[in-house]
Design a protein around this ligand. Structure first.
Ligand code: NAD
Length: 287
């Protein structure tokens, strides 16, 4: 596994702020090393307003590709030369590929979500989803699930500044995939939530509820769950949210957020290198 940075080493970056806590540099550098690729991955703390200069720098330094994290995902979408279909609909990117000076933006959060379900034996095609949330992660999940053949998506959000975004996501999905039934509901309507979960195949928490400092909280009453419901969470800190432990105790198939995080990274790795990330080895190494 010995390797050295040389004059030919290709650079990949993470842009956003903050980035110090990110697990991406460890995951990508481990994988480059494991596969003997002459690449290195570094995180750069870049504020939203500095993204135009950072994007110019990607071109100037011939950086091979970059991940983009909060709060720069939306501005990055407006600065690249091309967008993947999902990134165009969502209007945000978390991956930029530099193809000889042409930058293409992708969003792999939704891809990671769908793949994580697949790893748990669940195919999104023809499924009915209830998704809690309409922020960045939720929008990526809602759009990718629609693109990948989900039959129905019911979005619940509290009446905060994100509620409007759920309505916009509904319109965008209906333009791209008119056959997918989408509805937007107020999370405060608990009778509606109970009824929609009763009709659903998959329930997803894509809000910050369950994440520290809201750990120990769940937006879903345990009595709304049943053993044949698949329950997924985007939250990965803690590794198991209250929603996931409630679902496990009932016997549901569960897909916690850590898997989504791994697979969105693996999808980025594939776009960057054309290779499959050594995910099993990395998971074993991380433990
Ligand atoms: P965001 O700020 O874009 O959206 C926040 C969402 O939470 C909104 O829908 C908002 O209405 C909702 N919300 C906030 N407070 C609430 C409350 N008290 N009750 C009900 N709803 C509430 O955030 P985001 O970037 O979409 O992140 C959401 C979660 O997903 C975070 O925990 C984040 O760490 C996680 N995430 C995970 C991955 C992954 O790969 N696993 C990727 C991206 C984000």
């Amino acid at each position: 596994m010995e390797r050295h940075i040389s004059g030919t080493t290709g650079l990949f970056t993470l842009l956003g702020s903050p980035v110090g806590h990110s697990g991406s540099p460890a995951m990508f550098n481990y994988s480059f090393k494991k596969q003997g690729l002459d690449y290195a991955y570094l995180a750069f703390d870049v504020k939203k307003e500095d993204m135009p200069r950072a994007i110019d720098a990607l071109k100037l330094f011939k950086v091979r590709g970059s991940n983009v994290t909060m709060p720069c995902k939306t501005v990055a979408a407006s600065l690249v030369d091309e967008l993947s279909p999902a990134a165009k609909i969502i209007g945000a990117v978390n991956v930029i590929v530099n193809d000889n000076g042409k930058l293409t933006g992708h969003i792999t959060d939704g891809i990671g979500f769908v793949r994580n379900l697949k790893e748990h034996g669940v195919d999104i095609a023809n499924k009915k989803l209830v998704v809690l949330g309409s922020g960045g992660a939720a929008t990526a999940i809602e759009v990718q699930s629609a693109l990948d053949g989900a039959a129905e998506i019911t979005i619940f959000n509290k009446k905060d500044e994100f509620y409007q975004r759920a309505e916009q996501t509904k319109q965008k999905i209906q333009q791209a995939k008119p056959e997918v039934k989408v509805q937007v509901c107020d999370l405060a309507d608990q009778n509606k939530l109970k009824a929609e979960i009763a009709r659903a195949d998959i329930l997803v928490n894509a809000t910050i509820v369950g994440m520290k400092p809201l750990d120990g909280k769940s937006l879903v009453d345990k009595s709304f769950l049943r053993p044949d419901l698949v329950v997924a969470d985007t939250v990965y800190n803690p590794l198991k949210t209250k929603l996931i432990t409630d679902a496990e105790s009932i016997g549901c198939t569960t897909a916690p957020g850590k898997g989504m995080l791994l697979w969105q990274g693996a999808a980025a790795y594939k776009l960057f290198t054309g290779k499959d990330m050594p995910t099993a080895e990395y998971q074993a190494y991380e433990k």
